[in-house]
Design a protein around this ligand. Structure first.
Ligand SMILES: Nc1ncnc2c1ncn2[C@@H]1O[C@H](COP(=O)(O)OP(=O)(O)OP(=O)(O)O)[C@@H](O)[C@H]1O
Ligand SMILES: [Mg+2]
Length: 481
């Protein structure tokens, strides 16, 4: 048979590194929600599938024009200089982002429809992009780079505020962008919507991903810039012309979203946000799709494992799932470790046995800790001290008192997070859960990722460390109390 050896890998754990991701992409509800045109932000934890989704939307279809852009190497420091000093602090980056989105939309609609310039609107846009960027496809990093934008009669000049001004500055003497920038953006927006309606485009999507790349701390400036992008996206999306509309879709990591403060945030959360959340079934569907593409139709997860239950009469799938945060990346990583263990032992293995799953737990646990470092680090750089405190207690379940004592011992002077704040943060990232309703019959462990509406109970006394961290933190099971 040799099923496992034919799989080779379950795929790269990051969508941006996986060239095949679209060949086994699983279309979830998120796709329909975005296509509906009602959404502005996509919110998901690290590894929840933001980039995979953005990649799916990188290809124009019959129904809409779309592209996705990554802010991976975005020059945030340069952009930081492009503030609108006339606006409130929270809105100071809205003007520059609006301009950037309008240019990106222009560039997309011109290239999507070929280079034939048939209308005045197309010719003006083409001229403007050539004059300022030397071509119709400026890279995202270059859009705000010029110190000043040239306006010629043949592009947009006559329309700006009724004056024939020859340029709009990005760097004025007072520092910041010129007050005419908003007027110029309005003209560019009207122009791009005109081109859309002339060429039969009703929806133009701009997917913006990887805002968090290289983020070591989330400072006020970066928060303001991210808020600026969201607010800019909102104003861009509010304009339509002959049914044509630009839809910016902004991908935000949930821990970052939680920290942003701006008025209307709640409104956006309620009506314009897509939440990337999975359950065990949809993760299985995702893995089955990979198995189908690699091994052929009619082959499923059940065909690549031996069917023996693990300790506690648990199926292999449940055993693995309980060690994840129900994120696609976790399951792929776990299976890749199990696969390499299985093939090392038996190069012709046709399915996983229990030992493969058990031995994958150790490297998987290290992976999970690293993912948490990336996630929690920007908010609390000393979080490992709290995990070390759990290691000191040494059992998977622990009392609040045990934790507090151990944490006080481990806590360095640079760590400003108190024991009770620490527990709340650990709960937020699902590093720990708490026991609810002892004695009421409805008792059970509550974790943020399985029970998002439950919230942290600051009076909780029994705690449990997430099973995925057991090996890393060297914890042992203890009979439930
Ligand atoms: N709908 C899907 N179909 C197929 N694979 C998916 C899907 N969603 C996510 N994945 C896979 O899950 C893994 C993690 O997804 P991805 O890299 O998109 O996460 P992310 O949210 O962008 O994480 P990060 O915040 O670290 O950038 C990738 O291997 C990706 O291919
Ligand atoms: Mg990503």
């Amino acid at each position: 048979m040799g099923y496992l050896s034919d799989i080779k890998t379950f795929g790269d754990v990051s969508a941006e590194e996986d060239d095949s991701v679209l060949s086994y992409f699983l279309k979830t509800d998120a796709v329909d929600e975005i296509e509906s045109g009602q959404k502005l932000v996509v919110i998901g934890r690290k590894g929840s599938g933001k980039t995979a989704l953005a990649k799916y939307f990188d290809h124009t279809t019959k129904e809409y024009v779309t592209t996705s852009v990554s802010l991976r190497t975005y020059p945030w420091n340069m952009h930081a200089e492009r503030r609108n000093l006339g606006a409130s602090e929270i809105e100071s980056y809205v003007s520059s982002w609006r301009y950037l989105l309008a240019i990106k939309a222009t560039s997309l609609v011109l290239s999507a429809k070929g280079t034939k310039l048939q209308t005045d609107a197309q010719r003006s846009a083409h001229q403007f992009l050539h004059d300022n960027y030397g071509g119709i496809n400026p890279s995202l990093s270059d859009i705000l780079r010029p110190k000043s934008l040239k306006l010629k009669k043949s592009s947009f000049s006559p329309s700006i505020m009724g004056n024939k001004i020859g340029s709009v500055d990005f760097e004025t003497d007072s520092g910041g962008v010129s007050s005419e920038l908003d007027a110029l953006t309005d003209v560019i927006m009207n122009n791009v919507l005109t081109i859309c309606s002339q060429t039969g485009v009703k929806k133009l999507f701009l997917h913006i991903d990887e805002l968090d790349q290289g983020l070591s701390t989330l400072d006020d400036q970066r928060s303001q810039m991210i808020i600026g992008l969201i607010l800019a996206g909102r104003t861009i999306r509010s304009v339509s012309f002959n049914e044509a509309r630009i839809h910016p879709i902004i991908y935000v990591r949930s821990d970052i979203w939680d920290e942003l403060r701006f008025s209307d945030k709640n409104k956006v959360s309620q009506s314009s946000a897509v939440y990337l959340e999975r359950n065990a079934d949809s993760l299985k569907e995702m893995i089955n799709e990979r198995i189908r593409v690699k091994l052929g139709n009619g082959i499923f997860w059940e065909d690549i494992e031996d069917g023996y239950l693990m300790r506690g009469s648990q199926s292999k799938w449940s055993h693995i799932i309980s060690r994840t945060f129900l994120r696609p990346r976790d399951i792929i990583q776990f299976l890749n470790y199990a696969l390499s263990k299985a093939l090392k032992e038996l190069p012709n293995a046709d399915g996983f046995d229990n030992t493969d799953i058990q031995t994958a737990r150790e490297p998987y646990s290290r992976y999970l800790k690293q993912e948490l470092d990336d996630e929690i680090g920007p908010h609390w750089d000393r979080w490992s001290e709290a995990l070390q405190a759990c290691s000191d207690v040494a059992t998977v379940t622990l009392s609040r008192d045990d934790f507090e004592k151990a944490y006080h011992k481990k806590k360095s002077s640079r760590n400003k997070v108190s024991a009770s704040e620490a527990l709340e943060l650990l709960y937020q990232f699902s590093v720990i859960g708490y026991r609810k309703g002892i004695g009421t019959g409805g008792s059970g462990w509550v974790f943020q990722y399985t029970d998002p509406d439950a919230g942290w109970d600051s009076g909780a006394t029994r705690l449990k460390v997430h099973p995925g961290l057991k090996e890393f933190a060297k914890l042992r099971e203890e009979r439930a109390v």
